[in-house]
Write a protein that binds this ligand. Structure first.
Ligand code: SF4
Length: 283
């Protein structure tokens, strides 16, 4: 189990090679009152890391900031160290904006942008809004990757700070969704409908997990819902993988998907075909 002794050194850099670096306890010394103040003002956030060069978190090449903090408990989560906000590095808004600014020219040249992901970015919604707004103010394309559960924390005006929402739809059957994520599906669907009503561009992300989300009824349910929204520009079918397994072990968490294999290419193609059959672009 990861302990303080196993933590990266105090001066852990914001940049990481990938979000698969295990990071714990980096904000544990921040007083509770300061955590509350950070959440209330958005002037400080807790970040797992920044990574560069992503080609899968929005259009073009992306700079991604990975927030710490998530109330969901997806059985397949590949970054459970991001569940706890104080595992992240406390970062002032100014420092985070400066980090984004360093890449502004390169991102524009590569037709890319900045993506705020997590954890669940809207756990720190005030920080998320301020950081996305600052990036947008620099002329950078912005994307918000979210499970949507806390979408109602954002005003209609605040929705505009994300040029694109990467909305994670994790299943269709409510009971199965509850068992897979620990949370209700309703608020996510409500947020999806709200984004549609406001004509905000959305890419749906659907993790294909054998035995969980690969059944035809699950895929077809999500596909029909997404197609009915009218604002879903594409669907990314993300095959389940085991790259985060070591984190569950290191954190002393019970990992229930130990024996689950990544889906074969044909299963991914079948899921893509189900999305395409209702008129969506799927990859
Ligand atoms: S919503 Fe994302 S970060 Fe949260 S538990 Fe699920 S996969 Fe992990």
């Amino acid at each position: 189990m990861a302990t303080e002794k196993d933590s990266p050194p105090a001066q852990t850099p914001l940049a990481a090679k990938s979000p698969f670096e295990l990071r714990v306890n980096l904000g544990k010394d921040v007083p509770e009152a300061d955590v509350r103040s950070a959440l209330a003002t958005g002037d400080m956030g807790f970040l797992h890391s920044f990574t560069t060069g992503s080609a899968v978190d929005g259009p073009g090449v992306r700079l991604v900031a990975w927030t710490a903090g998530c109330m969901w408990r997806c059985l397949y989560c590949h970054n459970p160290d991001t569940w706890t906000m104080t595992n992240g590095i406390p970062v002032t808004l100014a420092r985070a904006v400066e980090e984004v600014g360093k890449y502004r020219h390169g991102l524009k040249v590569m037709s890319g942008g900045f993506t705020l992901s997590g954890g669940e970015a809207l756990m720190q919604h005030r920080f998320a809004v301020k950081l996305l707004a600052a990036a947008r103010g620099m002329g950078i394309h912005t994307a918000l990757d979210t499970n949507g559960y806390y979408g109602d924390r954002l005003s209609d005006a605040e929705l505009e700070v994300a040029d694109l929402v990467l909305l994670d739809l994790k299943g269709w059957d409510p009971e199965r969704h509850r068992r897979l994520t620990g949370m209700e599906i309703g608020p996510t669907l409500e947020f999806a409908r709200r984004l549609a009503a406001r004509k905000r561009p959305v890419w749906v992300r659907f993790v294909l997990v054998p035995g969980w989300s690969d059944e035809p009824a699950e895929v077809e349910g999500v596909a029909r819902f997404a197609a009915g929204l009218g604002n879903v520009e594409r669907v990314d079918v993300l095959p389940f993988h085991q790259m985060g397994r070591f984190k569950w072990k290191a954190l002393g968490l019970e990992y229930k998907l130990d024996d689950v294999q990544p889906p074969p290419a044909e299963a991914v193609e079948r899921a893509c075909a189900a999305f395409r059959s209702v008129g969506l672009k799927a990859y």
